[in-house]
Write a protein that binds this ligand. Structure first.
Ligand code: ADP
Ligand code: PRP
Ligand code: MG
Length: 220
C-alpha cells in the first residue's frame, strides 16, 4: 500500500475515452461525480464531489499495473488488457458489461486464411495482444511468428508486415475501411472492475458500497 494514501482515501484508475465515459454513470450510481473533464484538462489526478475519492487518468494498458502495486486502489480495465497483464495482485469482483467488443483474427480480403491454416503454413501475426494470440494459435496447432505492435494493427497486412492481425472488433467498420475481413472470433471482451487485494482488506468499508453500487448499476 502506498504511503501516499491515507486509509480513508480512495484512488480509482481509469483510461481516457470509452472507459472513462462508460464508468461515469456507474460512479454516479455510487454517488460519486467527477468534477473535472480529462478531455479538456491536462490534469492526471481528478477530484470528485467526495474529498476522499480521486480519479487518476492512465493508459488503458497501465490500469492493472497501478492497481497491482497499490498506487490505485481500484480501476476499470478491459478483459483484453487483463489477459495480457496476467491479473497478478488483482481481485476482479465484477464484469461491468461496458466497452463491449470481441477479440478476432482478421486478414486482407483475398487472403485464403482457411487454406493457409489447413496447409500448415507459418503465419505472421501482428498484434498488441501477444499472449492472447499465442494461446489462441497454440490451441489450434497453428505455427505463428508474432509481431508486437502498439496500435493501428489494421495497417500491418496492407503493407506486408503480417498475414493476419489479432485485434478488438466492435462494429467492423475499421476492418471494412481497410479492406480486411474477420476470419475468427477468439472471445467476447468487456471491461471489469479490478481491486488491489490489500486495499480490499484495509479499505473494505469504503470500497464495498462502491463495488455493490457498480454491480447493481452494471446489471441494468
Ligand atoms: P487504447 O488507447 O488502449 O486503445 P481504448 O480506450 O481504445 O484504449 O480501449 C479501452 C478498452 O475498451 C480496451 O481494452 C477494450 O477492452 C475496449 N475497446 C477497445 N476498442 C473498442 C471498440 N471499438 N468498441 C468497444 N470497446 C472497445
Ligand atoms: C479500436 C480497435 C479497432 C476498432 C474496432 O480502435 O483497435 O481499430 O476500435 O472498432 P470497430 O469494429 O467499431 O471499427 P479505437 O477506436 O480504440 O482507436 P485507437 O485505439 O487506435 O485509438
Ligand atoms: Mg483503442
Amino acid at each position: 500500500m502506498s504511503a501516499f494514501q491515507a486509509n480513508s482515501q480512495l484512488i480509482l484508475a481509469l483510461s481516457k475515452g470509452r472507459i472513462f465515459e462508460d464508468t461515469l454513470p456507474l460512479l454516479e450510481a455510487a454517488g460519486i461525480t467527477v468534477t473535472e473533464n480529462p478531455e479538456t484538462s491536462r490534469k492526471l489526478i481528478l477530484s470528485t464531489n467526495d474529498p476522499d475519492v480521486r480519479v487518476i487518468i492512465v493508459r488503458a494498458t497501465d490500469v492493472p499495473t497501478y492497481v497491482q502495486h497499490g498506487a490505485a486502489d481500484f480501476g476499470v480495465a478491459g478483459k483484453d488488457v487483463l489477459l495480457e497483464h496476467g491479473g497478478e495482485g488483482l481481485y476482479q469482483p465484477i464484469d461491468l458489461n461496458i466497452a463491449a467488443c470481441r477479440m478476432s483474427v482478421a486478414v486482407r480480403n483475398g487472403f485464403d486464411y482457411e487454406t493457409a491454416v489447413r496447409q500448415g503454413a507459418r503465419l505472421r501475426v501482428a498484434t498488441k495482444f501477444v499472449e492472447t494470440a499465442r494461446e489462441h494459435f497454440a490451441k489450434k496447432g497453428v505455427h505463428v511468428d508474432l509481431i508486437k505492435l502498439y496500435g493501428s494493427m489494421e495497417l500491418a497486412p496492407l503493407v506486408g508486415l503480417s498475414d493476419a492481425i489479432v485485434d478488438v472488433v466492435s462494429t467492423g467498420n475499421t476492418l471494412r475501411a481497410n479492406d480486411l475481413k474477420e476470419v475468427e472470433a477468439i472471445m467476447d471482451i468487456s471491461s471489469r472492475l479490478i481491486v488491489n487485494q490489500a486495499a480490499l482488506k484495509l479499505k473494505r468499508a469504503r470500497l464495498q458500497p462502491i463495488i455493490e453500487a457498480f454491480e447493481r448499476a452494471s446489471k441494468k
